[in-house]
Design a protein around this ligand. Structure first.
Ligand SMILES: NC(=O)c1ccc[n+]([C@@H]2O[C@H](COP(=O)([O-])OP(=O)(O)OC[C@H]3O[C@@H](n4cnc5c(N)ncnc54)[C@H](OP(=O)(O)O)[C@@H]3O)[C@@H](O)[C@H]2O)c1
Length: 310
């Protein structure tokens, strides 16, 4: 079969021949891949920089996708960290980590939406005790996951959602998705009195944002839960110790590990149902899998989520 194959962590995957997959165990099946999202997580898998990387090569990237099982049913599936991901004509899934999709869905839309929606959905449902009427700030609100977080927070009953980003043109689109306010990273003191921060940025911008916000907070004893979900601006952030002593700040992370895999799986049916019912505004662009090498570099930083179609 054909697949996107990574042979060096310094180079993009190449479209080439790859051995056919073999299912092992009673819950595994070989499936035909219909669509696989090129999420930031997939880029870090292919560059060996994700915290789950085992440094083994060659590997076929892809952590999820829409697939057709041997009985012809269309499923959304998430994969364990494996050397054979979804960027291939065929792959192996564990049916326990998949959901059968209704007839007539668009595989590209589903493959684009699930990973970014899941990030905030699981964080608010499974990582913290999110109460209705809370005020939420999203750092990195212009990205795919940030745009979904606006919609997820509103759907879960947030009283007020502020989306922060660095690109003012992209920020201008976010009220249409439900953001009550938008701001740049330099204006975060205005968002000081939120209850929850959903952070896709981390790095130096987060450290600066945290100090600006905590300093400007009306009531420093009011709880503030900062959920670290992504790190587009850097893997480490210098947080001053005083930030944790002088305010009621709690920093938690949300991802595989801090949220058990079984909790992700438990959320899948409702999440899939919301996505397939068109609840979320999805930006997807389909690209043939055969063009993976070019797409990998040409689309970095693009606002639409690239979806590879075998
Ligand atoms: N833990 C989880 O469960 C989970 C799930 C999904 C995603 N994630 C992570 O969440 C992050 C965002 O994912 P995504 O799908 O939204 O990615 P994306 O669509 O590529 O968006 C990236 C966003 O980051 C912003 N950005 C990039 N570099 C920046 C910098 N130096 N300073 C400030 N902003 C910067 C971009 O802003 P501009 O608009 O200004 O370019 C864009 O809004 C990634 O790290 C991803 O791995 C985590």
């Amino acid at each position: 079969m054909h697949a996107a194959v990574v042979t060096s962590f310094d180079d993009p995957p190449q479209y080439r021949d790859h051995p056919d997959p073999v299912a092992r165990g009673t819950d595994e099946v070989v499936v035909e891949v219909l669509a696989a999202g090129l999420h930031p997580r997939v880029r870090s898998q292919a560059s060996g920089s994700h915290y789950t990387s085992t440094d083994e090569l060659p590997l076929v990237p892809g952590i999820d996708g829409v697939v057709r099982d041997p009985k012809g049913r269309i499923r959304y599936a998430v994969l364990d960290d494996t050397l054979l991901g979804t960027m291939a004509e065929r792959t192996v899934i564990d049916v326990r980590r998949s959901v059968v999709l209704p007839h007539g869905i668009d595989p590209v839309q589903i493959a684009a939406a699930m990973n970014p929606v899941m990030s905030s959905w699981v964080a608010l449902r499974r990582r913290i005790d999110f109460g209705r009427r809370q005020r939420v700030l999203i750092l990195g609100g212009t990205g795919n996951a940030g745009r979904m977080a606006i919609q997820v927070a509103k759907r879960f009953g947030a009283a007020h959602v502020i989306a922060a980003g660095r690109d003012t043109a992209r920020l201008g689109e976010l009220r249409a998705l439900g953001a009550d306010e938008t701001c740049t990273f330099d204006e975060l003191a205005l968002a000081a009195d939120v209850d929850i921060v959903i952070d896709y940025v981390w790095g130096e911008p987060t450290a600066r944002a945290m100090v600006d916000m905590l300093t400007a907070r009306d009531n420093r004893s009011a709880p503030l839960t900062w959920i670290e979900i992504g790190s587009v601006a850097g893997p480490t952030a210098p947080i001053p110790s005083a930030a944790l002593r002088s305010t009621r700040l709690q920093i938690v992370g949300s991802g595989i590990g801090s949220v058990p895999g079984r909790d992700f799986v438990k959320e899948l049916p409702k999440l899939v149902s919301a996505v397939t019912h068109g609840v979320f505004d999805v930006r997807a662009r389909a690209v043939p899998l055969a063009e993976v090498e070019h797409a990998w570099t040409a689309t970095a930083g693009m606002s639409d989520r690239i979806v590879l179609v075998p």
